[in-house]
Write a protein that binds this ligand. Structure first.
Ligand SMILES: Cc1ncc(C[n+]2csc(CCOP(=O)(O)OP(=O)(O)O)c2C)c(N)n1
Length: 283
């Protein structure tokens, strides 16, 4: 990847953070923690990796993205809007009557959303079905699924992972947002996940970890996944709320109410860090 492309993707990630915050601000708040931690992977997917056509969101050969942690909808909407699927103004209708943007992803409402999600644990099953069907029909499209680390506590995830391994779904890439926290605290205190990559490997997949807020590492990691002849689970080492100062500093940042001044300050800080070439203080 060229230096120019890295800069472009960093810019896009910063814009995704800013638009996500503005989108949530219009609703008085939102699931900010887990939205911030996927901004960088969304930038890599929509900014370089995925093939799509904004004029034909249902193009048969498009790559599919299932955001299994559907409560991060606003971050996906920001990425879709910045990629040209719909105008920015639509972001500010989040959760309002008649909106096309509900808080959780809905494929029947939003252009560019490939799967309805929100009930955690179901996304890998859906993504496996998509990948299997694409493979059977000789369609070259790829499927990506973003999972939460807390979500991995759902047993259904592991049933689906076994299916992916058995059927060598090399057109499926699993992206785990390992932000170390779930709704009510740290995974370590609630239900320790142990060695995530080791678990995926024990279930028959390939798996390795990268820094999940470094666009170059994410890009290289996803590209490396494409070389495998089986599904690869890429563990994105992130932090809940990363990149948004007021969320980073909060003890609980799963869902936060916030207003204009917090959003203004957050945007300023994101742009300041972008100039410094960092996503969070010290990293
Ligand atoms: C089946 C199910 N149980 C509970 C919830 C409520 N819920 C929404 S988000 C969340 C925490 C998810 O944690 P994680 O997967 O780590 O997501 P992130 O921290 O990235 O937001 C929970 C329990 C849900 N949406 N679905």
């Amino acid at each position: 990847m060229t230096d120019e492309k890295i800069i472009e993707l960093r810019n896009l990630a910063a814009q995704i953070r800013i638009k996500t915050i503005r989108c949530m601000q219009s609703a008085g708040g939102g699931h900010i923690g887990g939205a911030m931690s996927i901004a960088d992977v969304l930038a890599v997917l929509y900014g370089d990796i995925m093939r799509y056509d904004v004029k034909t969101p249902c193009w048969k050969e498009r790559d599919r993205l299932v955001v299994s942690k559907g409560h991060s909808g606003p971050a996906v909407y920001a990425a879709l809007s910045l990629s040209g699927f719909f105008p920015e103004e639509m972001l500010y209708t989040l959760n309002k009557g008649g909106t096309q943007l509900p808080s959780h992803c809905d494929r029947n409402k939003t252009p560019g959303i490939d799967m309805t999600t929100g009930s955690l644990g179901q996304g890998v099953s859906a993504a496996c079905g998509m990948a299997y069907a694409l493979k059977l029909s000789g369609n070259p499209a790829r499927v990506f699924v973003i999972l939460g680390d807390g979500e991995l506590q759902e047993g259904q995830v592991w049933e689906a992972v076994q299916f992916a391994a058995q059927n060598k779904l090399s057109n499926l890439t699993i992206l785990v947002d390992n932000n170390k926290a779930q709704l009510d605290g740290k995974l370590e205190d609630i239900c320790r996940p142990y060695d995530l990559s080791g678990k995926f490997r024990a279930f028959g997949l390939e798996s390795f970890a990268v820094t999940g807020y470094d666009v170059k590492e994410i890009h290289d990691g996803i590209t490396r996944c494409f070389d495998k002849n089986v599904t690869c689970a890429l563990i994105l080492e992130t932090h809940k709320g990363i990149g948004c100062k007021f969320a980073e500093e909060a003890l609980f940042n799963h869902f936060m109410n916030f207003g204009d001044s917090e959003a203004d300050e957050a945007e300023k800080e994101i742009l300041h860090r972008l100039e410094l070439g960092i996503v969070r203080k010290g990293a």
